[in-house]
Design a protein around this ligand. Structure first.
Ligand code: COA
Length: 152
């Protein structure tokens, strides 16, 4: 798998649009509503341009595997929130840990201050809860929030 920053391009915007409206991605999101193309494009452009978001796309050869993002409050933040989704055809193949590690590596190359990564996961999202607890993410609250020490 290869990882690169998301571009402000129609192709990248469309990859993420299709993935974001995948029924499982919607079900596991805190906002479950179907996303219109127009509102997606607005959100996509502002997110790619946001200096407090790192937005990456992952590919296997030419195929789009998924997206991973990190969001911090400001340039001094020592914590950021992770969000990720993998395309349906790549799910369930045990690639999600490598997928996250690629993202964390890029995070560390870009934002040197970050000490902790926070993951907020819904209770019934079994794959995601397993993924974070299998990695060195520590469950820090009863609402399935995990924390990862990047200096480990
Ligand atoms: C969460 C997500 C990234 C995990 O990736 P994945 O490719 O499905 O998961 P993997 O195949 O790498 O497996 C990770 C773990 O989940 C388990 N798992 C995967 N799919 C599962 C399913 N449908 N039911 C139960 N367990 C499942 C795997 O067995 C593995 O656990 P194990 O190592 O103990 O066996 C992916 O499912 C996804 O993009 N989901 C939609 C968006 C989402 O939920 N994002 C996360 C929001 S916090």
């Amino acid at each position: 798998m290869t990882i690169r920053k998301a571009f402000n391009s129609k192709d990248d915007c469309d990859f993420v649009f299709t993935l974001s409206n995948d029924p499982i991605v919607r079900r596991n999101s805190f906002n479950q509503e179907i996303i219109s193309y127009e509102s997606h494009c607005k959100w996509y452009k502002s997110t790619v341009e946001d200096e407090n978001t790192l937005f990456f796309l992952v590919f296997e050869s030419d195929s789009f595997v998924g997206q991973i993002r990190f969001k911090r409050n400001d340039i001094y933040s020592e914590e950021c929130v992770i969000s990720l989704s993998i395309s349906e055809s790549f799910r369930g193949k045990h690639i999600s840990e490598d997928f996250i590690r690629l993202g964390i590596c890029e995070l560390q190359n870009n934002w040197k201050n970050i000490k902790f990564i926070i993951a907020e996961v819904k209770d019934d999202n079994i794959a995601s809860n397993k993924l974070f607890s299998n990695m060195e993410f520590e469950l820090v609250s009863t609402v399935n929030t995990y924390k990862f020490n990047t200096k480990l």
